[in-house]
Design a protein around this ligand. Structure first.
Ligand code: AMP
Length: 357
């Protein structure tokens, strides 16, 4: 039997100290790996469940070097990790996924162009980088989004016409933006693909996502969508993983239009909130799959074990934890964050076989 490149007993480095890093460290521990977390804070919720924590900013070459010296492989838990930090780590240890996926995911225009190049459908879009671009804009109504640093609905404004486009661009401080045609969708879906060191791939079953105030609210699996739509969405996600030369995970969020088309919205080369259901209702969780992929282990099965619905606990909603503990269909996950600020993801619940809820 082939020996894994990075066998159990080795140490995984995680750039980023949030809940995705925390759940990655938990999955790594289950397979006998240690994790060391790198984050700017002195203390992080990922570090709480890891063997070690190195604090440093993402431009602190010395701290990054100390971190890399202690680990066998490095991954990141958020796509806005500075590319330069990943490049520093890459000189010292394998970083999986590497710089290519974040380089593309950190810029919405680059991302859409990459999708198109791979034959992945998107809504119509155009760059908005100047007053001339505003004056020449077509295909309104639309959504104006900053090319960088937007997430959970931040850095984006709906625009009805050219006048409101100009005002919106001013409000976004005239930064480089992308104007996307508004998609008249029936639902939003996503999937996560894992790609291993040997190029093998597994695509997690597709979930239907509901958002509230730009933040994911629920993910339901199975989706109940027609086979043709699921096949297109899976094909797009697999093409994306291959196109990125990925080793690790990539999540692809998509719209299903009223006329049955699938259009990619955005990607994230890391575990994704819409994949949290896999911890409780899939043969392999997305976090374990990430560990398997980056360590050169065989990828795990992705069969759905039971129908499920994941509900995010945002802000003070996490205070309802006693209710979920009392519900036999609910699996509660709290992230250990201090301070339930509005809009902050504090935990999630997965209702397994939700017909009982
Ligand atoms: P994003 O930050 O790109 O994930 O957008 C957040 C949410 O805004 C999405 O989940 C959609 O609900 C909505 N949205 C984003 N782009 C579009 C679009 N082009 N057309 C319609 N709705 C959109």
């Amino acid at each position: 039997m082939a020996v894994a490149e990075i066998p159990p007993g080795s140490t995984i480095g995680i750039l980023g100290g949030g809940q995705l890093g925390r759940m990655t460290a938990l999955a790594a521990a289950q397979l006998g790996y240690r994790s060391i977390v790198y984050a700017p804070e002195d203390h992080s919720i990922a570090g709480d469940v890891a063997a070690g924590h190195v604090s440093g900013t993402y431009d602190d070459i010395h701290a990054l070097g100390r971190f890399a010296a202690q680990v066998d492989v490095i991954t990141y838990e958020f796509e806005n990790v500075p590319e330069a930090a990943v490049a520093v780590c890459q000189q010292l240890k394998p970083v999986r996924p590497g710089t290519k996926p974040i380089h593309i995911a950190q810029h919405r225009l680059r991302e859409k162009e990459f999708f198109r190049k791979l034959g992945i459908g998107t809504t119509q879009y155009q760059p908005i980088r100047s007053a001339a671009d505003v004056a020449a804009a077509q295909g309104l109504p639309g959504i104006l989004k900053t090319c960088t640093e937007g997430y959970d609905g931040k850095g984006q404004i709906r625009v009805a016409d050219r006048a409101s486009l100009g005002a919106a661009w001013n409000k976004l401080e005239r930064r480089d933006c992308i104007l996307e045609a508004l998609v008249d969708f029936t639902c939003e879906i996503s999937t996560i693909v894992a790609r291993g060191l040997d190029g093998s791939m597994r695509c997690f079953p597709i979930g239907v996502n509901d958002h509230r105030d730009g933040i994911l609210r629920t993910t339901t699996v199975p989706s109940g969508l027609p086979a043709g739509i699921l096949a297109t969405a899976q094909h797009f996600a697999l093409e994306l993983a291959r196109g990125l030369d990925l080793v690790g995970l990539v999540a692809l969020e998509m719209f299903v239009t009223k006329d049955g088309r699938v259009l990619a919205n955005e990607m994230a080369p890391r575990p994704h909130n819409s994949g949290h259901w896999t911890i409780d209702a899939c043969a392999t969780s997305q976090f374990e799959q990430l560990v398997r992929a980056i360590c050169g282990l065989p990828l795990g099965a992705v069969d759905v074990l039971a129908p499920s619905r994941m509900l995010n606990l945002i802000g003070a909603e996490a205070n309802d934890w006693p209710r979920y503990l009392a519900d036999p269909t609910a699996r509660l996950h709290l992230y250990g964050k201090a301070g339930a600020r509005p809009g902050r993801k504090m935990g999630h619940v997965t209702f397994v076989a939700p017909s009982a809820t």
